[in-house]
Design a protein around this ligand. Structure first.
Ligand code: GLA
Ligand code: ZN
Length: 670
């Protein structure tokens, strides 16, 4: 996506302030002071845009878009489908959701329409078309902000019907469905598709294939809803690009399925800064940015973030001075072409009246928060040449929504904690600590462009994944796969004949058994003397320990305790031109860091800053165009550190003396 600059601004809700013309004026004045160049408008404005069914009043919106434009501020124009007007629910109660206990909601809240309802879809289509006809051509409108943070599920009769249709298309016959879901278990055989109901705590929950397909259906139905919104805009002649704003680690929707529907990815970032050490939170945020960027493998938009504290987290913690800048720059460093806030002006009433904003209830621009926002605005202004540059990572970690759903739904080796995200993060952290950019891809995306791929806990193999992995290693790729991989197929049926399915020869091992450890238990990995990676330390293992049988792999480390002491815990196997490592247990962070470092050094994979061992809490990332490469160095360590910069680098931002102060960002062009 190319906007030609870094976008700076955020959600703006003038509809709450129409009775205060002097405030609307002040908004523009202050936005200009802060160098704000974009706002998202109309997100929850439906009742103001269509006060009665079929009666549209866009005059206030038109005035705002035009005034903003005259003042150099563009807009992302939202479709209002995230919050429905009261009249609509009164007249058409079927647009309100039914929960998993089959209870229909009353009018209220937001983000809670039935995404199947033809009435709702029709109302959305109409207003989207009116908006597109009125505003798409406006030079101030940069893009469409479709709905808001789509999520949740509806179990109403319309959704049940749509689910049955979806299943019929997928399985064709009920016999096929029964096979794939293994419904002979507990005598739950279906005689026809009409007997299928969505999972419910009051009914069917024990068929994992059903649970998995329901989640897939919810994603598909939501994707279809978004498609229809975008189609409405296009049918009305609208040509501006469209996005949806995604959420942090949101399990409810497989965001990858939106990749081909939207023109660019955007997301809302609300980390719990200061709850844990900054370095840890920064790593977690970095990983989310990378997940979002990797959905399209293109620059993305940070659609929302909070300039001070939110009001919905358990404790509303202010950001300490300097953190806003560091957190915002981190988004840019990982591929964002924007820094956007929720919100420009703090509401006077309602459930977000104490949520941080650019302009607070005091209303002046002489506040600490506003000052930091203004300083950041000035910094971002200098980064226009960075906009649209992309990240070209050599390394990838697999993180897959369907795998996440299936693994956590299965009653298996550890029902009180599998630590999927944590294991993904350990791999991610190790690659980042070595100094590489990292993509985070799902099992459907290509992996052939990477030099190293980590595949932690890939329990469910999406269709054809084992072949993709095989050819990756065959062609010279380095694979690091962990325990609890290749266990079920994509209908959630256990593979027969040995796991990790289809890769016994690639990995040179077979998983025989898996031991779940109590929280108080631990094991350890002991390096084999003279092992090829030069590993010398012992590392702790917890939670899950697999017993693997060797089928050609070399052993690099073995278990130190229990009846399986001496059995392999880390193996290496050559296959084709590549190498496949297998980690058999849930190892501590330091294990991943040291092991990945050895592997990467041995394979001669160059980090972004060759020869530099990054201090803990210091990150490096890069973005590039055909002609230029930008390096971002960031310090979340809590103290000042020394990091040598590449010779002949042009410093675009930050100090030039090689000292990186806490929370500082240095940006160089190489
Ligand atoms: C979400 C929503 C916004 C607002 C913020 C508050 O991201 O999209 O409308 O509610 O949270 O943090
Ligand atoms: Zn429904």
């Amino acid at each position: 996506m190319y906007f030609g600059k870094i976008l700076y601004g955020g959600d703006y809700n003038p509809e709450q302030w129409l009775a205060y013309p002097e405030i609307l004026k002040k908004d523009i004045e202050y936005m200009k002071v802060a160098q704000i160049n974009l706002v998202s408008i109309g997100i929850f404005s439906w009742a103001m845009l269509e006060p009665e069914e079929g009666t549209y009043d866009f005059s206030w919106l038109e005035e705002r878009i035009e005034t903003l434009y005259q003042n150099g501020i563009s807009v992302f124009l939202a479709t209002p489908s995230g919050g429905k007007p009261r009249w609509m629910a009164e007249k058409y109660p079927e647009i309100c959701r039914v929960d998993e206990n089959r209870v229909r909601e009353l009018y209220g809240g937001r983000h809670n329409h039935c995404y199947t309802s033809p009435v709702y879809r029709e109302k959305v289509r109409k207003i989207d078309q009116e908006l597109a006809k009125s505003f798409d051509h406006h030079p101030g409108v940069l893009a469409w902000h479709i709905s808001n943070e789509l999520g949740g599920e509806c179990h109403c009769p319309l959704c049940q019907e749509a689910f049955r249709k979806w299943l019929k298309e997928k399985y064709q016959t009920i016999e096929q469905l029964n096979q794939c879901w293994n419904t002979a278990f507990w005598s739950h055989t279906y005689r026809s598709f009409d007997e299928v109901e969505s999972p419910s705590p009051k009914g069917e929950q024990s068929i994992h294939g059903l649970n998995l397909d329901w989640r897939r259906f919810v994603t598909d139905q939501t994707v279809d809803f978004v498609k229809e919104e975008i189609r409405a805009i296009r049918d009305a002649g609208g040509t501006k690009p469209a996005t949806i704003n995604m959420m942090y680690h949101y399990k409810g929707l497989n965001y990858h399925k939106f990749a081909d529907v939207i023109d660019f990815v955007s997301w809302d970032n609300y980390p719990l800064w200061h709850k844990r050490p900054e370095a840890e939170i920064a790593l977690d945020c970095g990983m989310q940015h990378d997940i979002m960027r990797s959905i399209k493998k293109e620059p993305f938009v940070l659609m929302e973030s909070c300039p001070s504290s939110t009001n919905w987290q358990s404790v509303s913690k202010l950001k300490k001075p300097g953190l806003l800048n560091a957190a915002s720059m981190q988004a840019v460093a990982h591929g964002s072409d924007s820094v956007l806030y929720f919100q420009i002006r703090q509401s006077r009433g309602g459930s977000e009246k104490f949520h941080g904003a650019v302009i607070d209830h005091y209303g002046g621009n002489d506040t600490r928060v506003f000052r930091e926002i203004t300083e950041l605005g000035a910094d971002l202004l200098e980064l226009d040449e960075v906009a649209a540059s992309n990240v070209k990572a050599k390394a990838a970690v697999i993180f897959d929504w369907e795998n996440w759903w299936a693994m956590e739904d299965a009653q298996g080796p550890r029902n009180n904690g599998l630590y999927y995200k944590e294991t993904v993060k350990k791999c991610y952290r190790a690659l980042r600590r070595y100094g590489l950019d990292v993509d985070i891809v799902d099992m459907e995306q290509s992996i052939e462009e990477y030099q190293i791929v980590a595949a932690p806990m890939v329990y469910l193999f999406r269709c054809g994944f084992e072949e993709k992995v095989r050819s990756f290693v065959e062609q010279g790729g380095i694979l690091v796969m962990t325990y609890w991989s290749g266990v079920v197929d994509d209908t959630d049926l256990c593979y027969l004949g040995g796991t990790p399915h289809g890769l016994l020869d690639v990995l040179g091992i077979r998983m025989e058994e898996i031991d779940g450890l109590y929280d108080f238990e631990e094991n350890e990995g002991i390096p084999v003397p003279g092992n090829e990676l030069g590993l010398e330390k012992k590392y702790q293992a917890k939670h899950l320990c697999e017993l693997v049988e060797l089928r050609g792999a070399h052993v690099l480390m073995t278990y130190g305790k229990d009846f399986y002491a001496g059995k392999p815990i880390l193996t290496q196997n050559s296959y084709g031109k590549g190498t496949a490592y297998y980690v058999a247990a849930d190892m501590e962070t330091a294990f991943y860091e040291d092991t990945f470092r050895s592997i990467l050094e041995k394979q001669g994979i160059e980090p972004l800053l060759p020869g530099v061992k990054l201090p803990e809490g210091v990150g490096v990332s890069s973005r590039e165009t055909d002609n230029a490469k930008f390096l971002f160095l960031q310090n979340f360590s809590g103290g000042d550190v020394k990091v040598p910069l590449p010779e002949n680098a042009e410093i675009l931002q930050g100090s030039k003396d090689g000292i990186l102060k806490n929370l500082e960002t240095v940006i160089v062009k190489v």
